[in-house]
Design a protein around this ligand. Structure first.
Ligand code: BES
Ligand code: ZN
Length: 445
């Protein structure tokens, strides 16, 4: 059975379900149909529900009174595969090398959500039914900020009523170390454009008189950080919840820190906010990141030009206590105050999502940790927060009033969002066992 589950996962990975790419809309829809069919094969009823853009796949078993209702959430959309040339094998032709599956979405999130589904299928095969009422909600827009899911939740609040939400879209601190995540960072995106002369100019004829938009964008970007690594925007840290002592102590003991981060990323030194360890900075502190920077000549060789415009794409990772709208307001004021005359500044706020923090010692949290212990025996469960964002998790809390347990299977070197994304077959199989154990543990609450 495990081998056929693996073969099906490879089918899943063949759909180029890139949600941001309008040319892939049909592939995203085909992927949704395929997933619904897989849910039916597992023994659930399943429907593909349209949204204004990419559909939601909703699976269910027969609900009975007296049992807890568990909602499993994940996403079947993936990030773009570029840069394509850096893939060892094609991103949408899954290849297994040395027990590791390579494909876009292998970890984030197809491998993990499919482990959930196969855990459900295995439980139904073994026991004839599930021990809980199940809802399985798999969306196609997570990687573009879930723009239509909140309304879907609000419109189907009754249908989606549940006691707990389970998500595997986070990481493990190291291979084989069961990891429970109780917090996620939020996010706020901002695109900055600087416009100067009406046309590109000869940099010899005009250099020295006209302000260069590329220089201005570089100065604005540089102004976001102080020398000590802190974000230099007034009000940015307002309300930030300090880390708790127990977290700092527990995180310091984990087999994930400076050395592992340097090894996985290939950098020769780490950087960031003074006064915090690398994992504290990732999991518990807010940051400002430049995701894209452009303007002027990008081709081979040189071209002596003053570009007429330049841009930066920024995102800010937020922690509990920060509000995306307030942060974006502070950043915009910061940039406006620093933009010199002679150029125009245009600001385009993008998607945003709230941070999430839950009590790791809740009854659901403890049940999840017992399930993790059963699936990964030997090691102690690591309690962590994550630096990544899943904005809908906080929306679940607001709209459905329910907490989420996060039991991720991604390894630090999974290369999510990057070339050669990968997921060990062993993690997929452990994930299936984990989900069987999870349904069992949750049914006992
Ligand atoms: N699975 C990730 C989120 C994640 C990554 C959680 C690493 C924990 C550790 C998710 O698919 C993702 O990439 N989310 C985006 C959200 C954004 C596009 C709104 C992110 O974090 O960049
Ligand atoms: Zn992702």
């Amino acid at each position: 059975m495990l081998e056929s589950a693996l073969a099906s996962l490879c089918e899943f990975l063949r759909f180029p379900s890139v949600s941001t790419d309008p040319s892939r809309t049909a592939s995203v829809a085909e992927c949704a149909d395929w997933l619904a069919a897989q849910m039916r094969l597992a023994g659930l009823s399943a429907e593909v529900r349209p949204t204004p853009r990419h559909p939601v796949v909703l699976g269910k078993n027969e609900h009975r009174p007296g049992r807890p209702t568990v909602l499993i959430y994940g996403h079947y959309d993936v990030q773009p595969e570029d840069p394509l040339a850096e893939w060892q094998t094609a991103p949408f032709e899954p290849a297994i090398r040395d027990g590791v599956i390579f494909a876009r979405g292998a970890t984030d999130n197809k491998g993990q959500i499919f482990a959930h589904l196969q855990g459900v299928a295995a439980t139904i095969r073994e026991h004839g039914e599930l021990p809980v009422n199940l809802l399985m909600l798999v969306e196609g827009e997570e990687e573009i900020g879930s723009p239509n899911l909140e309304l879907f939740l609000r419109n189907h609040r009754e249908e989606l009523r549940c006691d707990v939400i389970a998500v595997s879209d986070t990481g493990m601190v190291a291979a084989g170390v069961p990891t429970f995540t109780y917090g996620l960072r939020g996010i706020a995106a901002l695109e900055v454009r600087v416009k100067g002369p009406t046309v590109d100019l000869h940099s010899g004829i005009y250099g020295g008189t006209v302000r260069n938009p590329a220089t201005v964008i570089a100065q604005l970007v540089a102004s976001l950080h102080a020398a000590d690594g802190r974000v230099a925007v007034d009000g940015f840290y307002d309300g930030v919840l300090p880390l708790e002592t127990w977290e700092r102590e527990a995180w310091a003991q984990l087999p994930f820190g400076e050395g592992e981060i340097m090894a996985v990323t290939g950098v020769s030194a780490l950087a960031g906010e003074a006064g915090f360890t690398p994992v504290e900075r990732i999991w518990g502190r807010p940051t400002a990141e430049v995701n894209g920077l452009g303007g002027g000549f990008q081709g081979v060789g040189t071209k002596t030009v003053i570009p007429k415009e330049a841009f930066a794409k920024l995102t800010f990772r937020l922690v509990p206590g920060q509000d995306p709208a307030r942060v974006l307001g502070a950043v915009q004021a910061h940039l406006r105050a620093r933009c010199p005359e002679g150029v125009q500044l245009e600001l385009f706020p993008g998607h945003s999502g709230e941070p999430y923090l839950a009590d790791p010692h809740s009854s659901h949290g403890k049940a999840a940790q017992r399930a993790l212990q059963r699936a990964f025996p030997g090691g102690q469960v690591a309690l962590i927060r994550e630096g990544g964002s899943i904005p809908i998790i906080n929306t679940f809390k607001q709209v459905l009033g329910v907490d989420t347990i996060l039991l991720g299977l991604a390894l630090p070197d999974c290369r999510a969002h990057a070339p050669n994304e990968n997921f060990p077959v062993a993690n997929f199989y452990a994930g299936i066992a984990l989900n069987q154990a999870l349904l069992d543990e949750l049914s006992r609450l």
